[in-house]
Design a protein around this ligand. Structure first.
Ligand code: FAD
Length: 306
């Protein structure tokens, strides 16, 4: 575990609420987003970067603590994967159980260019369709990475026991989704998110049982602790006792989901309120394209109603 005592003083002096306006006036003029996308041709940027990263010695991993805030598809996967790799993970969520994250509501399916249908699909085509679907505003190198790893994600989910729809012969089925001209969507009836989250949750529970992940539910993150420009801890409210608690680590991963609740019409859970993103913003993280949020058909009112 990190030397929590050394960090106590710094964490104690962290203001829990800081005036949003301070940040706006003091930092806005300096804003310049640098998403640190690696150099090189788009198809090689992240592969090349990964190949040249320093590795952590396996014996040292257990000496490193990582806080993961969130237990949705992003948080549960990150926490269980980091735990399996040997790091000490502290995993937080607002709900009474990690499996109540809003990912449970996703329905349609998950895309991967496995080209099972032999309809001409490829990683490049998935990349292109995703950039186009994102109104050409996405960071293209990151979308390419997403398209690249999508095939592995399907394999991982199958290994976790996610019951994707299958053809009568037993092969994984695909359907066309979102106007794509190829069939590349893997799905589990209309409850893909629920099944994916149950798989991720099972994997998370395995690591909790092994002791590599410690689960802190009913905790809401109120603040991020920065030390020498790096996120080194979080302040949370225990939603059962009301107590303010502090946790320290060598790194903090925010996997706190979307902020659909900031819109008047939303079918998102009440926790999807952007509170964690605001905390990151207050600590100097840059946010962009905030208005570019998916409008899901479930929140479009029937004609003639409010
Ligand atoms: C109705 C619906 C249908 C969808 N259909 C599809 C689809 O077909 N295909 C697709 O790819 N995507 C779909 N999506 C989108 C997809 O579900 C989401 O983008 C994805 O599940 C988000 O996962 P996540 O892990 O980032 O967030 P979430 O699942 O929302 O998890 C966020 C986690 O962060 C925690 N958290 C948040 N704030 C705090 C805080 N301050 N302190 C502590 N913990 C905090 C929460 O407790 C939760 O555990 C759909 C979404 C909806 C709502």
């Amino acid at each position: 575990m990190a030397d929590i005592k050394n960090l106590e003083g710094m964490i104690d002096s962290t203001p829990i609420m800081k005036d949003f306006a301070d940040i706006e006036s003091s930092k806005l003029p300096e804003y310049q987003i640098d998403s640190k996308i690696p150099e090189g041709p788009i198809a090689e940027k992240w592969t090349n970067y990964k190949a040249h990263q320093k590795l952590v010695n396996p014996a040292n991993k257990r000496n490193l603590d990582i806080i993961v805030v969130g237990t949705g598809l992003a948080g549960a996967s990150a926490a269980s994967t980091l735990g399996e790799m040997g790091f000490n993970v502290l995993n937080f969520c607002i709900q009474d159980s990690p499996r109540r994250a809003h990912s449970i509501a996703a329905q349609g399916g998950i895309n991967a260019a496995k080209n099972y249908q032999n309809d001409g699909d490829s990683i490049y085509r998935l990349f292109y369709d995703t950039v186009k679907g994102g109104d050409f505003r996405s960071r293209e190198a990151n979308v390419y990475r997403l398209a690249e790893v999508a095939n592995n994600i399907i394999d991982q989910c199958v290994q976790q026991g996610v019951p994707f729809a299958r053809e009568y012969g037993g092969l994984l089925a695909n359907r066309s989704f979102g106007g794509a001209q190829v069939s590349r969507t893997f799905y589990a009836k209309g409850q893909t998110g629920q099944q994916l989250l149950l798989g991720a949750y099972a994997s998370l529970n395995r690591q909790i049982e092994k002791g590599t992940v410690k689960s802190f539910n009913r905790r809401e993150m109120l603040d991020i602790v920065m030390i020498d420009g790096r996120a080194r801890g979080i302040i949370v409210r225990n939603l059962i006792t009301g107590a303010i608690e502090r946790y320290a680590a060598h790194a903090v991963v925010l996997a706190t989901g979307g902020y659909g609740r900031t819109f008047f019409l939303s079918t998102n859970a009440m926790g999807c309120n952007g509170s964690a993103a605001v905390q990151a913003f207050k600590k100097g993280a840059y946010l962009s394209n905030l208005a570019f949020t998916q409008i899901h058909p479930t929140c479009i009112p029937v004609h003639g109603e409010d």
